[in-house]
Design a binder for this molecule. Structure first.
Ligand code: KIV
Ligand code: ZN
Length: 529
């Protein structure tokens, strides 16, 4: 391990790097990634299986829905610490402490306040001494409600190091057990960021009373590199998200930081994490499915191409010895490698066995539903691949659970010289409503029609269609991001996802999914204000 100027003496507790997952909080701030309570619970369960140490479950003051979700995660959790975010305000801290209370001793309140000159001047309009006072008082207050307090000086990497050290010293005195150093805007550079950790170790007299954490954003694609550099310099908590989800370009990707430490042990001495890496792929899939945000194929560790060898030279080498071109095995991160194809003659037992192999357990009722959907799909599609099965499971068993409106009927027509038209019937509270509309193509016509029925207006900011498996009859998965306009519009764009062998139907389902999420989004406040 590279020597750090101010290395602490190493005992076994010092060798563990705490993995703090913020998929449910910072990750959820990705445009269009909002999740409902059930979805947050499902991800929290998966994170516990994955072995993360801390789950930041949300920002409880943001809305009653966020509060309820953090509280529900705290109640359901078994092992991980459950954390709620709070600005340095009494009302935020009260809400966060109350929301994490069901986790008992495992509850954590994460208080933050911006410290950089630009934030002090333009966002907070506060002088340095006012910032120190507010941070100290907020932490002391939080500590009166909860034993485990983390403090973040927001925009730390752009804060004057001397002032940062002063704030860090003050919050540790006030009772913070963890001091998190965020690179809020993804501006840091690995060497500089490591030096900042060294600087704090050298200039904050009480630094040994707290764990140093880092929280890196990926605006320059350096979030993982910065986090690893900080770990080598003495940070012992890394804040990260599954798939690197998060504001703007995202956060440090959990799967990458964990596998970098594992594969390049030589760089990290005896440092370790408690992550069960063979759950990484499955957790990544789950987060993609819940958020409706698919990954690029070449995403490190969990992307579809991460272990695909196209060129003959590579294939030849890998067959002879996988280590020629593979630095880690697909199995080590839980990528399913059995590509046996199922079809309409496959039986229930074969299907259940295949799903178990992919890591999906179902109860009898779920198997019934899944098997019916599988048979329907097999009628439309000859060969069913793992990708189809996972997508079908996500649509049929897990479902996207906010469904005020349900699609009953859809018909669309379009052509090179015809006006695209769509007729849709939706159901809400037992009532069926039918309408028709035209558009600049069948997808536009269907969306116009749904808008008329639901009384909404929108701008589709992003639309993606991908085949979940191979062949011309592959199922199309549509992921879109919608900004609703007018009185009913929420504060941010909303994501939606739909699946079908008919891409117009998949588009309609994805759009309806976003409409169903709108009500949930409307009540949120923006914590950065
Ligand atoms: O990026 C950031 O600074 C944050 C803080 C709230 C930790 O997300
Ligand atoms: Zn952040």
């Amino acid at each position: 391990m590279a020597p750090s100027q101010n290395e602490k003496p190493v005992d076994s507790a010092d060798q563990k790097v705490i993995i703090f997952d913020t998929t449910l909080r910072d990750g959820e701030q990705s445009p269009g990634a909002s999740m409902n309570l059930e979805e947050k619970l499902e991800i929290a369960r998966a994170l516990e299986l994955l072995g993360v140490d801390v789950i930041e479950a949300g920002f409880p003051i943001a809305s009653p829905g966020d509060f309820a979700a953090v509280q529900a995660v705290a109640k359901a959790s078994k092992r991980a610490r459950i954390c709620g975010l709070a600005r340095s305000l009494t009302k935020d801290i009260d809400a966060a402490a109350k929301a994490v209370a069901p986790a008992g001793e495992r509850g954590r309140v994460h208080v933050f306040l911006a410290t950089s000159a630009i934030h002090r001047q333009f966002k907070l309009n506060k002088a340095k001494d006012q910032i120190v006072k507010q941070a100290r008082e907020a932490v002391a207050y939080a500590r009166s409600l909860c034993a485990d307090i983390e403090f973040s000086p927001e925009d730390a990497s752009r804060t004057e190091p001397e002032f940062l050290a002063e704030v860090v010293q003050a919050v540790i005195e006030a009772g913070a057990r963890t001091v998190n150093i965020p690179d809020t805007v993804g501006y840091a550079y690995p060497d500089d960021f490591a030096h900042l950790i060294d600087y704090l170790n050298a200039h904050v007299p009480n630094i040994r009373d707290a764990v140093i954490s880092v929280h890196c954003h990926n605006d320059l694609g350096l979030a993982v590199a910065n986090s690893l550099a900080a770990v080598r310099a003495g940070a012992r908590q890394v804040e990260c998200t599954i798939n690197g989800l998060g504001e703007r370009a995202g956060n440090c990707a959990l799967e990458e930081v964990v596998m970098a430490m594992r594969v390049r042990k030589d760089q990290f001495g005896h440092l370790f994490t408690d992550i069960n890496a063979e759950h990484l792929y499955r957790t990544s899939r789950l987060v993609q499915s819940v958020t409706g945000l698919p990954l690029q194929r070449n995403k490190a560790v969990v992307g579809d191409n991460a272990f695909a060898h196209e060129s003959g030279i590579h294939q030849h080498g890998v067959i002879k010895n996988p280590e020629t071109y593979e630095i880690m095995t697909p199995q080590s991160v839980g990528v399913p490698t059995n590509n046996m194809v199922l079809g309409k003659h496959s039986g229930r037992a074969a299907l259940v066995g295949r799903m178990q192999g992919l890591g999906f357990e179902m109860n009898d009722e779920q198997v019934d539903r899944f098997f019916d959907a599988f048979k329907e799909l097999a009628d439309r599609k000859k060969e069913i691949y793992d990708g189809d099965l996972i997508a079908l499971y996500e649509a049929v068993v897990r479902g996207r659970t906010l469904s005020q409106w349900r699609m009953v009927y859809l018909q669309s027509s379009a052509g090179t010289s015809a006006v695209a038209t769509a007729t849709v019937t939706l159901e809400k509270d037992g009532e069926h409503i039918t309408d028709a509309a035209t558009g600049h193509g069948p997808v536009d016509a269907v969306i116009n029609c749904i808008d008329r029925i639901c009384g909404v207006e929108s701008k589709v900011e992003d639309y993606r269609l991908r085949a979940v498996s191979h062949g011309r009859d592959a199922q199309g998965e549509v992921s879109l991001r919608v900004r609703f306009l007018g009185d009913k519009g929420g504060k941010s764009a909303i994501g939606g996802k739909g699946l079908s062998t008919d891409i117009i139907e998949a588009s309609a389902s994805a759009y309806l999914d976003a409409v169903n999420r709108l009500a949930f989004e409307q009540e949120r406040i923006d914590y950065r204000s």
